[in-house]
Design a protein around this ligand. Structure first.
Ligand code: 2HG
Ligand code: ZN
Length: 469
């Protein structure tokens, strides 16, 4: 929008939505105009805090008529700029819509407002002897609406799948202000197109999620965490396959020596193992009794005999489980101050060894002057590659150079049939490379779907689709 008309646009917005709290406080514009990506400056027109469905409808209807762009906003923990408002948009925040609406113990499901945090959903489930398995480091802040909009993953996808697996119903306000109730919390529903799945992972480009019905699970048996020191990249998938055959794995995460050094320095942790290794794994498995632990130890010994493993530690209490998880979950936060350029790549699990080797060689060739920190959900074929520039390099120069690196790494990812965003979404930062993950025919179909739900093109413009029409 033309920011010169901002006072007029604001007056019209407020008079069209008199019941909705709308803020133009500089601190609020600053906090709600950005997510955890740090490559843009926040510049929203205003931030609206609806309290109910009708408020969201009123905001969208007005924005649709006025041609005002909307940025849907949850906990703003995203890493691809999906919730960034850098061009005079109206941010619609779900901070005032955090209620638990319904719990049905027979269905083992809950209906919640979009602004409820992931952590609050987990806590509610646990208090009712149930389990919400989607879990990641930012779960205390991230909101369910944002999780659904990005189809969030995390550390337990290996066992329980992505957020998509949990959603049995959605209430959505589309780009015209229409309300859609998708799937009504049903497990089975063969009555036509399942529109719910279009909104999951749509990054706020098709509608604003106001309510979700989520399936909970039976509480799993107690888990046990191991931290293993590997001899090299070649060992990674051998260790994974052996452990997966031996125990009921619920997580299999990897980190490099550089990632370990950052997390230890950033969180004042001592090194977890005596032996220094190039690569580490944090794995979790169900451990209802001694047998499972013995099986895991036998797998560890096989790994040592075969030259895959150099060292390892197995937690002996729930507190130690949590301590070992910190070495993996604390990495992202420990490098935040260094403003890393983030990549979130995936390939099929069977292609992980080749992908890692080729990516390792490519990065050594094209980014040898930068520090590259790798970690991720390697049991799902998902690799987080964080590039850290030298001190003193300006942000624009750094971003431009990282774009060149992305052109090469994404070309390799495409060649190997992978994705340039596994779980973070394309947002604003990765949207220029949509064509590296989807064919021209797919993109045309996606644009056609966008036109159906958002004919005026007001929902999160520039996100997911490249800003080229
Ligand atoms: C993780 O797995 C998160 O820790 C963040 O997805 C990844 O910071 C990143 O690159
Ligand atoms: Zn991740």
């Amino acid at each position: 929008m033309n920011t010169r008309n901002a006072p007029g646009a604001l007056r019209e917005l407020q008079s069209a939505c008199p019941d909705v709290e709308i803020s133009t406080e500089p601190a609020v514009l600053e906090s709600h105009g950005l997510d955890w990506t740090r490559f843009r400056d926040p510049a929203p027109l205003a931030v609206a805090f609806p309290r109910k469905l009708e408020d969201v409808q009123a905001l969208v209807r007005h924005a649709c008529g006025a041609g005002l762009a909307i940025v849907p906003s949850g906990g703003r923990t995203g890493l691809s700029g999906g919730a960034v408002a850098a061009g005079g948009e109206l941010v619609v925040s779900f901070d005032r819509m955090r209620q638990m609406l319904e719990f049905d113990p027979v269905d083992a499901s809950i209906r919640v407002e979009a602004g409820m945090t992931t952590g609050a959903v987990q806590e509610f489930a646990a208090a009712n002897d149930l389990y919400y398995p989607v879990s990641f480091a930012s779960e205390g802040t991230s909101q369910i609406g944002g999780n659904i909009a990005t189809n969030a993953g995390g550390i337990r996808v290996l066992r329980h799948g992505l957020t998509r697996e949990r959603v049995t119903g959605l209430k959505v306000v589309t780009g015209t202000g229409a309300v859609l109730e998708c799937n009504r919390g049903l497990i089975k529903n063969a009555s036509g197109y399942d529109l719910r799945h279009l909104f999951i992972g749509s990054e706020g480009t098709l509608g604003l999620i106001v309510e979700a019905t989520l399936r909970l699970e039976r509480r799993p048996p107690p888990g046990k965490v191991m931290l293993l020191g590997l001899t090299g990249l070649d060992a990674l998938m051998n260790v994974f396959s052996d452990l997966r055959r031996t125990v009921a794995l619920s997580a299999f995460e990897f980190l490099t020596d550089k990632a370990l050094a950052h997390v230890c320095a950033g969180h004042e942790l001592s090194r977890p193992l005596e032996t220094e290794c190039p690569l580490y794994v944090v794995a979790e498995f169900d451990c209802p009794g001694d047998e499972a632990e013995e099986a895991a130890l036998a797998s560890f010994e096989r790994g040592v005999e075969r030259g895959w493993l150099a060292d390892g530690i197995i937690a002996q209490s729930a507190a130690q489980n949590a301590e070992l998880w910190r070495y993996r979950e604390g990495i992202s936060e420990s490098i935040t101050a260094l403003r890393p350029y983030k990549n979130d790549l995936s390939v099929r699990i069977s292609r992980v060894p080749e992908f890692l080797q080729r990516m390792d060689a490519l990065v050594a060739e094209i980014a040898s002057d930068y520090e590259v920190v790798w970690y991720g959900h390697i049991g799902d074929g998902n690799l987080h590659m964080n590039i850290i520039g030298p001190e003193g390099l300006g942000p624009d120069e750094f971003e431009a150079r990282c774009h060149e690196i992305s052109n090469r790494t994404y070309a390799l990812t495409e060649e190997m049939g992978g994705s340039i965003s596994a779980e973070h979404g394309l947002g604003l930062l990765k949207s220029p490379w949509l064509g590296r993950a989807r064919s021209a025919a797919e993109i045309e179909a996606m644009r056609a779907i966008k036109r159906v739900f958002d004919p005026a093109g007001i929902l999160n413009p520039g996100k997911l689709f490249p800003n080229d029409g």
